[in-house]
Write a new protein. Structure first.
Length: 330
């Protein structure tokens, strides 16, 4: 059995495997522009974040009904459980669905049908994090937050994703202030393709409690020192970084140096259907390619639970952490 872990950076739309995409397309009477699953997989050769996002948003067209979102989340949770995930904090992109005429109720109710029975069915506890698209105006994000009010009992926090370059966190100051006032936890993608300054802005202007990716902090030693001092969790996604060309190869990934520097790193899968692996696969890949031994892997697993939004259930966090400490790596 793989080491117990929490997944903290996972876009549910990024778990849409080609097989399920074709099944949902057929169920909804939609034609896809690829001949089949193999042809679709052939398209998974990305130049950068934008070239991935173009396909990611296009393939979402197959997600139309509550049942589609339920099936998507249920398939993810089954795979995650098999890879040692005990707790998953799941992102979703409501604006991408609203733009296609799929209401927020359909998305949240559908996801919740799977998340609500996840512990019983898969042994995985869950949280839901609603992301705003940073390449859409702040007013749209604010309207989305407003529309989400009836669902806030099921939404733990807000995030910020999509095309990063040229879309600084500070644009979303007001939205994050409103989210904080509603008692929502705050995270944001920063320093994936954008500069280290975006990480600082996410912390200082948006008040984020974790930084999603945060990879480019390594370019700024003063920022690294701050992140270490303040114990800011980074939700790194090494396989994503390779596929989106943030690093040349996995062997070039700075994860070992970041751990050595004392950064609170976690490893996650981002969009596993597109990037070649779920979070257990990611642990295996970094162990093998970056030479991380059992104690480093234990650190990553421990960090994932320490950084999880489990403040309302510290007993559960303690249980998960105890599992990590007693896990025997072979
Ligand atoms: N949306 C889905 N995956 C993403 C990523 N890696 N970066 C930004 N936005 C995303
Ligand atoms: Zn992401």
């Amino acid at each position: 059995m793989p080491v117990p872990k929490a997944e903290l950076h996972l876009h549910i739309e990024g778990t849409l495997e080609p097989e399920l995409a074709f099944e949902l397309a057929a169920r909804n009477g939609l034609a896809l522009p690829w001949a089949g699953t193999e042809a679709l997989r052939e398209a998974y050769r990305f130049e950068d974040l934008q070239s991935f996002l173009d396909l990611y948003y296009a393939l979402m067209a197959v997600l139309r009904t509550e049942r589609d979102f339920e099936d998507l989340a249920d398939a993810y949770l089954a795979r995650a459980a098999a890879q040692g995930v005990r707790h998953a904090e799941i992102f979703f992109d409501p604006q991408a669905h609203l733009a296609r005429g799929v209401p927020l109720d359909t998305v949240v109710d559908g996801l919740w049908r799977a998340l609500g029975r996840s512990e019983e069915r898969h042994g995985v506890s869950t949280r839901l994090i609603m992301c705003f698209l940073r390449d859409e105006p702040a007013a749209s994000a604010l309207a989305t937050l407003e529309a989400a009010r009836p669902h806030l009992d099921r939404i733990t926090g807000v995030g910020l994703d999509s095309a990063e370059a040229g879309h600084p966190p500070s644009t979303f100051r007001e939205v994050y202030e409103a989210a904080a006032a509603l008692g929502l936890r705050r995270v944001a993608h920063a320093g994936e393709e954008g500069p280290p300054e975006y990480i600082t802005e996410a912390l200082d202007v948006l008040g984020v409690e974790r930084v999603d990716h945060g990879l480019r902090c390594v370019e700024d030693p003063a920022l690294v020192a701050r992140l270490v001092r303040e114990r800011v969790p980074l939700t790194l996604c090494p396989l994503s970084n390779v596929r989106l060309r943030a690093v040349d190869t996995l062997a070039d990934h700075p994860l070992p140096a970041m751990l050595d520097a004392g950064l609170m790193c976690t490893v996650n899968s981002d969009d596993p259907a597109y990037f070649g692996g779920y979070v257990g696969d990611t642990f295996d890949a970094v162990a093998e390619t970056l030479g991380l031994g059992p104690e480093r892997l234990r650190d990553l697993a421990r960090n994932s639970f320490l950084a999880a939004f489990l403040d309302d259930d510290e007993e559960r966090r303690a249980r998960y952490l105890a599992e990590v400490e007693t896990y025997a790596f072979d």
